[in-house]
Design a protein around this ligand. Structure first.
Ligand code: GDP
Length: 580
């Protein structure tokens, strides 16, 4: 027997892959993934186990098992009762590696057209069926579209397919796509395409994948790969099965009766039809006649069509639909909200429009240090780094990594050779954290600059490595919490304590140095520090003063401390920030 995959075995015994993986972990085989395979002996063990479990049990064993599984359900966190929904899939990869051919192949083999005349190509997504299950494919391939949809905050895609041509291997845009998928934080499946070609070299692709941190699961890693020929329609079913498998692992759910979560994935103005938009529903149901807001535009859903050209009256989770009825063409990546009335929708859209039009603080006027500071959230500086050549890129990367300011890390969201592109800007704006785009020896083209302005992405370009390193190092250092040095300026003895309506005043004698109104104080009782804080007020007789010299008496109040006692000593000090 050849090796069997976990998900196949799970299917065989009528359980979920997740359950089986859990069971195997208990049996001493941890860390398996649904796409991993087991050998004959291991398969035998699993078979024994499940045959035993389904065999009639003696009372005691049955009870034992019952109690174990009862304990388990208690452990599991809140159960999501929403039904599972179709996964939403995007296809990415280098130009000419077969993204469009793959999408067409799936469309032609797995979409059942209900209309005479066949499939409408207008809708920007379609639903493929495999058995009783459905997968929603976004029909605009490429990482620019993928990240463009994400740049406005909407997360349309659940799973990414990375297409790599087996005769060409990993190319520049493949690497870009990998980084874009990583930044999206979603799972990916690698489709090794064009295996029908005589010069196809699957092993080389797998080897290249490993170099990019994607070790194929057939080589012991956890990257799922499927070898296909999009042109010949080979192994397409296997690819779809893998998608469904990953979807099962991701536990994608949507409630048709819940709040609507839908994303615009394409929009245009159509002659005679007005603004047309394709939306994907992730949760809830979108219905004809619903009054909706999509960013700065609104409307009443006049008609909805699915990818097969059928009119739809409602679209539930996982559905992609073309919508007519919006007042204006909405931005790709905006989410749709259902409103109670046209007035409410109009108001919300107008408000959004005004916000978009309002002048924003131009980042061009901020200091580089502030820009970097904004980019550093969670003690991490995120960068997209582009350079003029592989050598320059490697050098810049190495030098930046070598800056080493303690406690702070630099994360390269993406690095590449060539001018700063729209894709780079979209990538920087799509991630939830701030991210700066840095060019070393390269500039941004006008389109990218314009996009950066719109999405408030910072682009910084350098020609000299020391300028680049200096500014990053300075920014990193300025990010650290400041360190202070304490300077002792005086000693005070507390002689009497007076109660006043809102606290106490310590009647003191300055034994050495001085007391300053703005100084800090340690309160010492029997040489033990009982409090450290700030002076709230300082006065001589009835007058507020700025400082009192040694040999004099004064009244001191300490902020947030009323437990001062006669005999306490006050050590007065100031703080000075020290440069790191
Ligand atoms: P895209 O730029 O990634 O969308 O690539 P396309 O789908 O346009 O494909 C580029 C070229 O590769 C076209 O000429 C396709 O016919 C060809 N192609 C795509 N998939 C395969 C395949 O599986 N085998 C072969 N031999 N050619 C393919």
């Amino acid at each position: 027997m050849t090796r069997k995959r976990i998900y196949e075995i799970a299917k065989e015994f009528g359980i979920t892959s997740k359950e089986l993986i859990g069971k195997l972990a208990e049996m001493g085989m941890p860390g398996l993934k649904a796409a991993n395979s087991v050998d004959e002996e291991e398969y035998g063990l699993i078979t024994n186990l499940y045959q035993e479990e389904t065999a009639p049990q003696s009372d005691t064993i049955a009870k034992e098992i019952e109690s174990v599984s009862a304990g388990k359900t208690e452990e599991t966190e809140e159960v999501d009762h929403r039904p599972s929904r179709p996964p939403i899939v995007s296809v990415l990869g280098h130009i000419d590696h077969g993204k469009t051919t793959l999408l067409d192949a799936i469309r032609h083999s797995h979409v059942t057209s209900k209309e005479v005349g066949g499939i409408t190509q207008g809708v920007a997504a379609y639903q493929a069926n495999l058995g009783a299950q459905t997968i929603t494919f976004i029909d605009t391939p490429g990482h620019k579209a993928f990240t463009g949809m994400r740049a406005r905050g909407a997360k349309a895609t659940d799973i990414a397919i990375l297409v790599v041509a087996a005769d060409d291997g990993i190319m520049e845009q493949t690497v870009e796509a990998i980084d874009h998928i990583h930044a999206a934080g979603i799972p990916m499946i690698v489709a090794i395409n064009k295996i029908d070609k005589p010069n196809a070299d699957i092993d080389r692709v797998m080897n290249d994948l490993t170099k990019h941190g994607l070790t194929p699961e057939v080589w012991g890693g956890d990257t799922i790969t499927v070898s296909i020929s999009a042109l010949k329609g080979e192994n397409i079913d296997e690819l779809l099965e893998m998608i469904l498998l990953v979807a099962e692992m991701e536990n994608l759910r949507g409630d048709p009766t819940g709040t609507l979560e839908a994303v615009i994935i394409e929009s245009h103005l159509a002659k005679g039809r007005g603004p047309v938009a394709t939306a994907i529903v992730k949760n809830g149901t979108l219905r004809e006649k619903d009054v909706i807001v999509a960013g700065s535009t609104w409307g009443r859903v006049r008609a909805m069509t699915d990818d097969t050209g059928s009119r739809l009256y409602e679209a539930g989770p996982g559905r992609a639909v073309e919508i007519l009825g919006l007042q204006d063409v909405p931005h790709v990546g905006t989410t749709i909200e259902v409103m109670k009335s046209q007035n409410a929708a109009k108001t919300a859209a107008t408000k959004q429009k005004e916000q978009e039009a309002a002048p924003r603080r131009s980042r061009a006027k901020m200091s580089v240090e502030d820009l970097f500071r904004e980019a550093m959230e969670g003690e991490k500086l995120r960068l997209v780094l582009k350079a003029s050549s592989t050598g320059a890129l490697e050098a810049a990367k190495r030098e930046i990594e070598g800056i080493g300011v303690e406690g702070i890390k630099v994360e390269f969201v993406h690095t590449g050779v060539g001018p700063i592109s729209e894709g780079d800007v979209l990538l920087a704006s799509s991630i939830d954290e701030e991210c700066v785009v840095v060019g070393f020896g390269v500039k941004a083209d006008p389109k990218s600059s314009k996009l950066a302005e719109r999405d408030r992405v910072v682009i910084l370009t350098y020609d000299i490595i020391y300028d680049l390193l200096g500014e990053i190092e300075h920014a990193l250092k300025s990010m650290l919490a400041p360190e202070y040095e304490e300077t002792r300026i005086g000693e005070v003895e507390v002689r009497e304590v007076f109660k006043i309506p809102d606290g106490v005043v310590a009647g003191c004698y300055v034994t050495s140095g001085k007391v300053e109104r703005k100084a800090k104080v340690h309160v010492l009782r029997d040489a033990v520090e009982v409090f450290t804080g700030e002076i709230l007020s300082l006065h001589r007789f009835t007058e507020d003063v700025r400082e009192v010299q040694s040999g004099r008496e004064c009244g001191v109040r300490i902020k947030d401390f009323n437990d001062i006692q006669p005999g306490d000593h006050l050590a007065i000090f100031t703080l000075k920030e020290i440069e790191r």
